[in-house]
Design a protein around this ligand. Sequence first.
Ligand SMILES: Nc1ncnc2c1ncn2[C@@H]1O[C@H](COP(=O)(O)OP(=O)(O)OP(=O)(O)O)[C@@H](O)[C@H]1O
Ligand code: SF4
Ligand SMILES: [Mg+2]
Length: 323
Amino acid sequence: MSPLLSVAGLVVDLPSPAGVLRVVDGVSFDIPEATTVGLIGESGSGKTMTANAVIGLLPGGAVLDGALRWRGEDVLRADPGRRRRLRGREIAMIFQDPLAALNPTQRIGRQVGEILRRSGMRRDEVRRRVVELFDRAGIPEPSRRLRNYPHEFSGGMRQRAMIALALAGNPALLLADEPTTALDVTVQARILRLLRSIQRDEGLAMLLVSHDLRVVAHVAHQVVVMYAGRVAERGPTSAVLSRPAHPYTRALVQSVPAVRTRTAIAHPLPGAPASPARRPAGCAFHPRCPLARERCRSEQPVVRQVADGRWSACHFAGEVSRS
Ligand SMILES: Nc1ncnc2c1ncn2[C@@H]1O[C@H](COP(=O)(O)OP(=O)(O)OP(=O)(O)O)[C@@H](O)[C@H]1O
Ligand code: SF4
Ligand SMILES: [Mg+2]
C-alpha cells in the first residue's frame, strides 16, 4: 500500500541577493496513514520550508523540484484546482501563531461553520457540528464560546480554536508547525496531549515540525532529523532517540537531559548550525562532528538504509552507536 504522503528528493531553491539558496536539498520521507512523523532540527535547518512545500505555501520566486505523492498521485504536477482542494480539505495546517489562521473580525464559531458550509453541510447541521468540533478541541462551554471573537480567547484557547478550524475540513493529514512553541509549559503539554488523542481517535496522519526534541519524543511515531536542508537520519522515534545512527542526532539527544538515556547532564551542541548560504562541502555537519575525518570534508554522504526502517546520511553510521 502506498503511504498517504511520499516526499522524494524534494528541493526548494529560493532567490536571495547572494544568489539562489538551496534551503531544502533532496529531502525524502514517507508519512503512512494514521501516523505522526516528527520533523526535527535546529533553527534554519529547513523544517518549515519542507512542510510548506507540501502544502504549496512558499515565498515568491521559490522553485520546487522532486516528487510529492498523495496516495500515489503526483501533486507537484497536478493542476492548481486539484492542489487547492488538497490544501483546503485533505491537508490542514496548524501554525505557531493562531492569529495568522483566524479572522479577527469574525466570531470563531462562524469561521468554523463557514468551512462546513463550503463542504456542502446543511445549515441546520452546521451549528451542531461546530459545537462538536469545539468540544473535540477541548473548548469548555462550546455553545457559548462559539460566539466569541479571537481576541476574547487566551493563547491556549486560540490554539484550540485553530485545531477546531483545521478539523472542520475533515482532513487526512495535519501539518503542525511548532504548534506549542509560543505557549507556556503547562498549556503546551495539554495541547500536545490533545493533538495526540485527536490523531489517534480520528486516525489522522500528522507532520509535527518542532525544534524541541521532547515534543517530538512524546508525540511522533517516526522522526526525520534535518541538518542544513538535508535529512541526517530518519526512522522510528524510540529507536532513533535511544540509538542514534548519525552524530548530529546523538548530539541533539545529548543536549536535552530528559531525552538522553545514559546520564541526566545536558551537553549543549558545540558550534553553530550550517546555513544554506554557507553549507560546508562534503558532509555539512563535518565542522561540528567529533567523528569527522578526511572523507567527510570532500564526499557528501548519501542517505542509506542502516537497519530495518532506519536511514542515515553518515559515512560511518555503524560506528556512531558504538562510539
Ligand atoms: N523568505 C526567505 N527568503 C530566503 N531565505 C529564507 C526565507 N525563509 C527562510 N529562509 C532560509 O531558509 C532556511 C530554512 O528555513 P526554515 O524556516 O525552513 O527553517 P526552520 O528549520 O523551520 O527553522 P526554525 O526552527 O527557526 O523555524 C533558513 O536558512 C532561512 O534562513
Ligand atoms: S559523514 Fe563524517 S562528518 Fe558527517 S556525520 Fe558522519 S562522521 Fe560526521
Ligand atoms: Mg520553522
